[in-house]
Design a protein around this ligand. Structure first.
Ligand code: ATP
Ligand code: MG
Length: 216
């Protein structure tokens, strides 16, 4: 594998939005991951492979060197902690905001009459940090998706979720209440690959940087 550059990314919006950037670096996928069941995709360059994995697994593959590079949302990197990775470039794709949301009349003071407020989220670390910074002791409830449901069925008072247009919140009678941070996808690099494959990694990094600047 030492002659190969492996790039980990998820299918869906990240794959779709990363492909034009990778093309600027001379990398084109041989197959469409939405149509193929393959988890390792060849590219036009025999020395470059793409591995298609869950978005939240990308930092793990890159940290352990199973992939030299990866493309991951800042939300995923914040939750992972980003240890053992370099994060040299904001790709500016898959942009959204991490927000506190809830019913329009929801309180934001951390308490209800009887108890601490409950916050349902997939982003436990980010939520903990956000409410701790406000000096609020809340109860975080870990979910794996469909956070919008939680306030509707009384599982939580608030949610922490990613918001792009706000349409999903709106469709469920919820509103964005508090901004936590801006999210976009980042290029991450394994620390050993950065040293051992320096020329190839930096060549790709600079090509991506150029493509990002042109798209902006
Ligand atoms: P999985 O479906 O495997 O649980 P996921 O839902 O995080 O993972 P995607 O929906 O493809 O996978 O999201 C990948 C990344 O895209 C997220 O980590 C985030 O950075 C970004 N993202 C998520 N939702 C949005 C959105 N509505 N608008 C823009 N970017 C988003
Ligand atoms: Mg999703």
């Amino acid at each position: 594998m030492s002659n190969t550059l492996t790039i980990a990314l998820s299918k869906g919006r990240i794959f779709e939005q990363a492909m034009p950037l990778l093309a600027a670096g001379g990398i084109r996928a041989a197959e469409d991951p939405e149509k193929s069941r393959k988890l390792i995709l060849d590219t036009n360059d025999p020395r470059v492979k793409l591995v298609i994995i869950r978005a939240s697994d990308v930092p793990t593959y890159v940290e352990y060197g199973a992939a030299d590079l990866g493309i991951a949302g800042k939300d995923v990197l914040l939750e992972h902690g980003g240890e053992g990775l370099y994060e040299p470039l904001d790709l500016g794709i898959a942009r959204c905001r991490m927000m506190v949301a809830g019913k329009p009349d929801a309180q934001l003071d951390g308490r209800t009459d009887r108890r601490r407020q409950r916050i349902a989220t997939k982003y436990v670390r980010c939520a903990e940090r956000h409410f701790a910074a406000k000096g609020q002791q809340v109860e975080i409830i870990k979910l794996y998706g469909s956070m919008e449901l939680a306030p509707l069925v009384g599982l939580s008072d608030l949610i922490v979720d990613l918001v792009e247009s706000g349409n999903t919140l709106k469709a469920n009678g919820l509103v964005p209440l508090e901004h936590i941070c801006e999210i976009s996808s980042r290029l991450v690099v394994n620390k050993a690959s950065w040293k051992m494959k320096h020329a190839r990694v930096t060549a790709l990094l600079e090509a991506l940087r150029g493509a990002v600047t042109q798209q902006a």
